[in-house]
Design a protein around this ligand. Structure first.
Ligand code: ADP
Length: 186
């Protein structure tokens, strides 16, 4: 299974992606996690992206696409994966389509987690992960970037008829049950 989990900051993509990864035994690829661990390790990539993440901006498409391309070449992704935080721009979505095509692969599901905006801000502020971009200002900026750069990705997948909407409110378990109902059971 190849799955994209999509939604605004605070929608619960990471939480649900981890559960999906366990349940279906597919690796969880989170671009945000890759960037945060690079920053923590003070690697070359980390130094390049730290200011961008702190500002709530997007890492340039070229860099993200290059990184995902390289990562997906690893054997562990051969039988599928769940993408969290990617694609985040239409250009990334197009690049991802090319990756799939090249490998003769298709996307199994595009899950759109829907959560009212008011709830997003409250969730992020209360999750207390200590992320340097989880300030009120940081969240506002990420939501603005989401609306401008990322929401168009939805239309791109809608045109393909691929979008499956998931109510992202309620308990973690309730949301996960909705997802497993949608996904094919193999
Ligand atoms: P959230 O969805 O809560 O904002 P993420 O962990 O998905 O958290 O992303 C955190 C940050 O990492 C983003 O604000 C952005 O700076 C960077 N980032 C992650 N994925 C991408 C991507 N696909 N393209 C560009 N920047 C990205």
């Amino acid at each position: 299974m190849r799955i994209i989990i999509f939604g605004p900051p605070g929608a619960g993509k990471g939480t649900q992606a981890s559960l999906i990864s366990e349940e279906y035994d597919i690796p969880h690829l989170s671009t945000g996690n890759i960037f945060r661990s690079a920053i923590k390790n003070e690697s070359k990539l980390g130094k390049e992206v730290k200011a961008i993440l702190d500002a709530g901006d997007l890492v340039p498409d070229e860099k993200v696409v290059g990184l995902v391309k390289e990562e997906l070449q690893e054997d562990k992704y051969d039988d599928g994966y769940i993408l969290d935080g990617f694609p985040r721009t239409v250009s990334q979505a197009k690049a991802f389509d090319e990756i799939l095509e090249k490998n003769d692969e298709t996307l199994t599901a595009f899950l759109q987690l829907q959560v009212p905006e008011k709830e997003l801000i409250e969730r992020i502020l209360s999750r207390g992960e200590g992320r340097t971009d989880d300030t009120r200002e940081g969240i506002k900026k990420r939501l603005k970037v989401y609306k401008e750069e990322t929401e168009p990705v939805l239309d791109y997948y809608r045109e393909k008829g691929a979008v499956q909407e998931v109510d992202g409110t309620g308990s973690i378990e309730e949301i996960f049950t909705r997802i497993t109902t949608i996904l094919p059971n193999n």
